[in-house]
Write a protein that binds this ligand. Sequence first.
Ligand code: FES
Ligand code: FES
Length: 173
Amino acid sequence: MPAITVNGVRHELTAFPDTPLLYFLRNDLALTGPQFGCGLAQCGACAVLIDGKEERACITPVGTLDGKDVTTLEGLPNRWANQKHIPADERHELLHPVQQAWITHQTPQCGFCQNGMLIKATELLESNPSPTPAEIKSAFTTSGLSPMLCRCGTYKAIFEAVQHAATLMAQRS
Ligand code: FES
Ligand code: FES
C-alpha cells in the first residue's frame, strides 16, 4: 500500500491516485492550514513542503507521493523542534521562528494567503539562512510559474518578517 508521511505521521494512501493532496490533507486528515485559492498552482495558498521543497498541494496528485515527507503549516513547530533537537519539555506551545516573526510583525491582514507565505519563508530560510532583500523579493514573486499572491498587499510585512525569522533561526543554531 502506498504511504506518505505527513507532519511525522505515516498514512496509507487509500484515496484515488489522482486525488489532489490538498483534498487529502483537508478532508481526510483535517489539516486546514493549506487553503484552496486558485486550484491552478497560481497563488500559493495551498502550499506545503514536500521533502523540504515548497509545492502546490492543489495540483499534486497523491498517487505521485509514495514515500514522500509532507509538512503542512500545522507541522512547522515540530519540524523546527526536530531539526534543532529541542527537548520535549520545551516543545509545549513552541512556534517555528517564522511563525514567531509573523506574529511580531503582525503580517497577515485577511490571512487567506498566509499559509503559503509561511511555507515559502520556511523553504527559503532552510536553504538560505541569510537571504538578501533581493532574494526574499524573488522568493515571493508575483509573476512567473509559481507566484505567491497576496491580494491584501502584505509583502512589505512579509519581507520584514522573513528577515526577523532569519535572525531568530540563527540564534538557535
Ligand atoms: S490553490 Fe494551489 S496555488 Fe492556488
Ligand atoms: S493577507 Fe489577505 S490575501 Fe494575503
